[in-house]
Design a protein around this ligand. Sequence first.
Ligand code: BMA
Length: 327
Amino acid sequence: MKHQIYGNELKNMPYEDRPEGCSSPIWRFSQNPIINRNPFPKASRVFNSAVMSYQGAFIGVFRADTTTGVPYLFLGRSQDGINFTFDEEPIQFHDKDGKPVKIEYAYDPRLVEVEGTYYIIFCNSCHGPTVGLGRTKDFKDFELIDTPFLPFNRNGVLFPRKINGEYAMFSRPSDSGHTMFGDIFLSYSKDLEYWGHHKHVMERGYEWWCGTKIGAGPAPIECDLGWLVFFHGANLTCSGLVYSIGAFIVDRDDPSKILHRCSSFLLAPEMPYETTGYVPNVLFPVSTLTDAKTGRIAIYAGGADTITELLFTDIDTVIEYILKNER
Ligand code: BMA
């Protein structure tokens, strides 16, 4: 390995080598999709969901569009990171006084461990879509912290460790609904309650494929060159938005500073389960599993707002691709 992921070994993560004849820097699991339509009674579609390693197995916070059409967050568990069983009821959050919180809708969760606490960062309603922030220590008791940012904002992604002593989070401020604009910003907090020192990180539209909006995806991966960030870039076409996966690397101590960014997408929607479904042409990366020993990376992504799929790559392949196609 030329490049190094800074993190733990994860021997049991799902992985497949790049298939012969495949030239893209990210490749698909041969058994995709891993979660198909109607996976449990309340859910018609499970996608854009986050998985992490937990107690020797895997746990996930899943976006399930329920049979009323409204999305909520459900817990799922797996021994192999591929086959999941789901809770029948959505995650119930309480506020800091222990009172149950009524969730109007919740979607696109990220799941990040910082110093032994697990944070769920998702799109929550607060008189308009904005970033919601929940935490748990045991995946049994879930607290909803006060809303970090004013509406409208989405794609909140917490860093897996404090930076210069403060929590750091990417987000994408925008207008309401299915916004037609949006850049990635960075904010800091000492206590997860008050957020500030906002900085612009990256603009949409530096290439056509991400011409309309961009949003950080999985939690940044710390590596020898800095923080590796996968993101989604959306481009407006005559038949709607097309969502592809991009990547950039930011400075380890100042993640508002882009060190390298890839001009090309790393993977675009091409398979029938990405081009056809509830919303066609959507490939939406949300979480990763990594193995520092081998440099392997598994990416959980949503396809066509309908299914959940697994993608694979490794640190050398991604970094070499970014550097070769740098802009
Ligand atoms: C975005 C979000 C995502 C979704 C995408 C495509 O605005 O709502 O959850 O995957 O649109 O519909």
